[in-house]
Design a protein around this ligand. Structure first.
Ligand code: BTN
Length: 261
């Protein structure tokens, strides 16, 4: 099952990486998050990375799926063993910033980050991030699987009506894009990872905020709160001025804008 692929060449990714990571590449899997979780449970070290050319059941947040057609995107997961619970939200922030920085570096495209973990180019979502954690029974993390799905090339067909809300970075397949992009994301992420408490991380995140000043609906379970986004706190909470005049700091859930997911 493990082999080097034409469309995403493992050796080229490794050659582009400045850091030394344990990277594996699958032609196809159900979900790199699901697969890497099994590897984590067998004790694999932090820094293990699993790419797949194609996911048959890519996972999104809130029980959604993530469309992962072969050759169109980067679909990969990183195994982390974070020290502190407080690192949870910051890991997602670091991943968002890392993807935005890497896309800027390799393709010169500026992405925005829609709290908490979607990346947008214009009004289309081009990247989703899913962090899934397991606890160690002592109040800390056993591991965190950080999954990143970036739509690099426009697929031949989008499933369902996904093209209304999702987009890709480039209109057609091109050589020498996937590997440098993958390597730049890993290097940027592992550059931020030891600095999760550094105020520069949240500054970098805020500077790309897609929601600043926008009117949104915050969805948490069954509850819906409408308000205007005032900013993002140093802890990564979304600051929402509600129609009742209250300032809420929202730490989980998601927000919806009309016409966006
Ligand atoms: C979202 O947009 O809701 C998050 C999408 C996360 C998708 C990535 S693709 C690689 C990794 N494996 C998965 O099954 N999901 C994540």
């Amino acid at each position: 099952m493990y082999r080097t692929l034409n469309r995403l060449d493992l050796q080229k990714i490794i050659a582009h990486c400045k850091g030394d990571y344990h990277i594996e590449l699958l032609e196809e899997t159900d979900s790199t998050n699901r697969r890497l979780r099994k590897v984590a449970e067998r004790g694999a070290p932090e820094g293990s990375v699993l790419f797949a050319l194609h996911q048959t059941a890519g996972k999104g947040r809130m029980g959604r799926s993530f469309f992962s057609p072969a050759g169109s995107g980067l679909y990969f997961s990183i195994l982390l063993r974070p020290q502190a619970m407080a690192d949870g939200m910051k890991i997602t922030a670091a991943a968002g910033v890392a993807v935005a920085e890497a896309v800027q570096e390799v393709l010169g495209i500026d992405l925005s980050i829609k709290w908490v973990n979607d990346l947008y180019w214009g009004n289309k979502k081009v990247c989703g991030i899913l962090a899934e954690s397991a606890m160690d029974g002592k109040g800390g993390f056993d591991y965190c699987i950080l999954g990143i799905g970036l739509n690099v090339f426009e697929p031949q067909h989008w499933e369902d009506a996904l093209d209304q809300i999702a987009g890709a970075l480039l209109p057609e397949t091109r050589e020498n894009v996937m590997e440098p992009l993958a390597a730049a994301i890993l290097d940027r992420f592992f550059g931020w990872y030891p600095k999760l408490s550094d105020p520069q991380l949240m500054d970098a995140y805020r500077s790309r905020s897609f929601l600043q000043g926008k009117r949104v609906t915050a969805v948490r379970g069954e509850s819906r709160t409408v308000g205007v986004v005032q900013g993002i706190s140093d802890e990564g909470e979304l600051l929402l001025q509600t129609d009742d005049g209250e300032l809420l700091a929202i730490c989980s859930g998601e927000v919806r804008l009309e016409d966006y997911r």
